[in-house]
Design a protein around this ligand. Structure first.
Ligand SMILES: Nc1ncnc2c1ncn2[C@@H]1O[C@H](COP(=O)(O)OP(=O)(O)OP(=O)(O)O)[C@@H](O)[C@H]1O
Length: 553
């Protein structure tokens, strides 16, 4: 006897439109009217991104946008949310390390939005609803129970929505009721499920609460549920082809890089704005003093250089925590192999310590790595099948290494010479690379990065105009608002450019290598091409000696 079970309601709902019509799905999706959205955004949408917005509007603003990493889920989400702007305030929930990157993206893509209407929630006692756009991290959201609004948010973006995969977590418990009450739910994730279908359940529930109101129904059909002596086991998978059809037909849009490669630039650069909140009072004071010292002007070239290096060194210290946080978030988002470039030994040490403590495999190449070992380390990275991070010195590992089994490069620190940055990027962007590559620059406000970043852009533009750089950073990167915000900045930028000329670079690296900050008691060491450190001396001594030598020449 054959027993025939009825199809689940979700399957019938998903295909009801198809039962009625016979056209293909793509042809069913009408063009959304985006005339109410800022042209600064709509005119930049790539064709597949425009299709994504059409899909979302056709699904009445409820979807899981599961495009591959780096395909521009942010611009699409902002456009979809802006289409429903009359229903704002908007809530954006993100991993903590990218809260400020989202704020920058709103400023960039929606210039009609006043900057003071963007509210980044940083403390539990901050108001969650004081802006038109309110941005909060998952973890903080779960601590804000008391502030659960009486008026729910109508429009919600959940970035990296696989953070909700476990129903039992505090983040999920805090988010689900809000999502249930919202009219528009825009979930973003390049990896909605990393290992099993059960991880998709909460995301489906958030977008289509009526599909599988109870987990068991979903688990029985798609998770190969088995009753064991201790209860049900939902860790398996079943009916996957049907699950794929249900997802694609009614709630999820996923495009892979390979499908849209022709529309993408070969290198997709992005600026990740990190925050140095939580640094010690001493580091903060040192940063402020360095910034002030740098801004005051009327100094000779030698003192300027000293001030710049001091600021750069304190910046490294201030960025330690956000760098580690960002790397761990990337791993949680399914990025398994990538390169992390940094300049200071302090940063390289901190990253490798954290990876070691978390049991994550890594290789490290810096100025002290013998040449014979470099190739072995590269091979280990290239052929490693599990996750592996290559932690590399910007100045000592930017040339001659092939690491193209990865397609993501993270610059934990900036460097004043864009030629060196491009060379470092090209460790993955080289013959043999089959994908486009993502480059993430971590930039911290209130640090030397505020000055280094525009300087890099400016130099890059000059190279571009001379046909020496394949792309223009300021066009591609999410950073326009960084440029020239501070009226003093231009002068300082110029000063950086004047100061860090090619001929000075080796000298500067060596100076930083031997820098000893006697005031703060911090010894900061750079990993340049210089492998031997002479005995400690101050930068001033160093420059003093060199300038004397140069004069003598
Ligand atoms: N249409 C566009 N015009 C200009 N820049 C774009 C466009 N689409 C995306 N970008 C840029 O590409 C970079 C990657 O975009 P984004 O961070 O949104 O990707 P993502 O899909 O969210 O990636 P991930 O899953 O890794 O977070 C960003 O710097 C973004 O500004």
């Amino acid at each position: 006897m054959v027993e025939i079970e009825p199809l689940p309601r979700a399957v019938i709902q998903a295909f009801s439109s198809q039962f009625e019509k016979s056209q293909s799905r793509a042809a069913d999706i009408p063009e959304a009217d985006l005339s109410g959205v800022d042209p600064a955004l709509t005119r930049c949408l790539m064709p597949f991104q425009r299709d994504g917005v059409n899909f979302a509007v056709c699904r009445e603003g409820r979807l899981l946008l599961a495009d591959d990493m780096g395909l521009g889920k942010t611009i699409q989400a902002i456009c979809i949310a802006a289409f429903y702007r009359k229903e704002w305030p908007l809530l954006v929930v993100t991993p903590s390390s990218v809260r400020f990157t989202w704020a920058e993206a709103f400023q960039r893509w929606l210039p009609s939005l006043r900057p003071d209407s963007i509210n980044v929630v940083v403390k539990g006692k901050d108001n969650l609803r004081s802006g038109q756009v309110n941005i909060i991290s998952y973890d903080l959201l779960s601590k804000m129970d008391k502030q659960q609004p009486t008026h729910p948010f109508n429009v919600i973006i959940m970035d990296e929505s696989h953070f909700l995969k476990n129903m039992k977590t505090a983040r999920c418990k805090a988010a689900l009721p809000m999502l249930k009450a919202a009219k528009r739910v825009i979930l973003l994730s390049g990896t909605p499920a990393m290992s099993r279908p059960s991880e998709l359940y909460t995301q489906i529930l958030a977008v289509r609460p009526a599909f599988f109101p109870r987990f068991h129904e979903f688990g029985a059909r798609y998770c190969d549920a088995k009753q064991l002596h201790w209860g049900w086991d939902y860790s398996g998978s079943s009916n996957l082809a049907e699950l794929k059809l249900v997802l694609e037909e009614s709630l999820m849009l996923r495009r892979l890089k390979a499908e849209v490669l022709s529309q993408l630039p070969a290198k997709q650069r992005k600026v990740v704005t990190v925050t140095t909140d939580g640094i010690t009072a001493r580091t903060k004071a040192a940063l402020n003093a360095a910034a002030k010292d740098l801004a005051q002007g009327h100094r000779n070239k030698m003192q300027e250089k000293e001030a710049l290096l001091v600021f750069f060194n304190h910046t490294a210290e201030a960025k330690l925590r956000p760098i580690n946080e960002y790397i761990l978030d990337l791993m949680e988002c399914g990025r398994e192999k990538f390169l992390v470039f940094a300049h200071h030994k302090l940063v390289l040490d901190n990253v490798t310590k954290e990876l070691g403590e978390k049991g994550i495999s890594y290789i490290r190449i810096d100025g002290t790595t013998p040449s014979a070992e470099r190739q072995l380390l590269c091979n280990k990275f290239q052929f490693s099948e599990k996750s592996c991070v290559a932690v590399l010195s910007i100045t000592a590992a930017n040339m001659g290494l092939t690491l193209h089994s990865a397609n993501l490069v993270v610059f934990a620190e900036l460097f004043w010479n864009p030629g060196v940055l491009i060379q470092a990027e090209d460790r993955v962007h080289r013959i043999g690379q089959t994908s486009n590559v993502d480059i993430h620059y971590l930039v911290a406000k209130g640090t030397a990065d505020d000055y280094l970043w525009p300087m890099i852009q400016e130099k890059m533009n000059v190279l571009g105009q001379a046909g020496l750089s394949e792309s223009n950073l300021s066009e591609n990167a999410e950073c326009a608002s960084f440029y020239c915000r501070d009226p003093k900045q231009k002068t300082i930028t110029e000063m950086f450019q004047r100061s860090f000329t090619e001929e000075d670079e080796a000298m500067l690296l060596q100076a930083a290598d031997t820098w000893d900050d006697s005031e703060t008691g911090i010894t900061s060491t750079c990993q340049g091409n210089v492998t031997e450190s002479p005995s400690k001396k101050t930068i001033f001594d160093y420059f003093g000696n060199n300038s004397a030598k140069r004069k003598a020449l």
